[in-house]
Write a new protein. Structure first.
Length: 141
């Protein structure tokens, strides 16, 4: 589960202690743009099978059930105000595909005792076109 979107609204205090614990993925919205034109949009609602855990020591993991296999992706994180940085080390995904280390800058747009919203907005120039992906995820306890 990777996160990607952008929003400026923040209805609550964001502290490292408030984000700790188990969060169930509720919804995921991904919009893709090429040179500023929307080319694809997907919205998914989840049934509390997918979840992310933020530990008090700055580590965490996300679990995505995949049939009989539960894929678990480990990460470390830092939360400063609404700025959330997720750092993923090199690891195996789907049991055998090695994924190189990478970092994801995100924004916590809502954090309270029962709801967490995270947005990630990424872009890159590919073959001369500006490709942008905006993801917005909501989680519940």
């Amino acid at each position: 589960m990777l996160w990607f979107s952008c929003s400026k609204k923040n209805d609550s205090t964001t502290t490292s202690s408030a984000i700790t614990g188990k969060w169930y993925l509720a919804t995921d919205s991904i919009a893709e743009y090429t040179n500023g034109t929307l080319t694809d949009h997907e919205f998914t609602t989840y049934n509390r099978a997918d979840y992310t855990v933020f530990n008090t020591n700055g580590s965490g993991y996300s679990v995505t059930p995949n049939g009989a296999i539960n894929d678990s992706v480990k990460f470390t994180y830092k939360l400063s105000g609404s700025a959330l940085t997720l750092n993923y080390p090199t690891q195996l995904e789907d049991g055998n595909l090695e994924v190189e280390a990478f970092s994801v800058p995100a924004t916590v747009t809502l954090l309270n005792s029962s709801k967490l919203s995270i947005s990630i907005d990424t872009s890159a120039v590919i073959n001369g076109a500006t490709e942008r992906e905006v993801e917005f995820d909501t989680f519940t306890r």
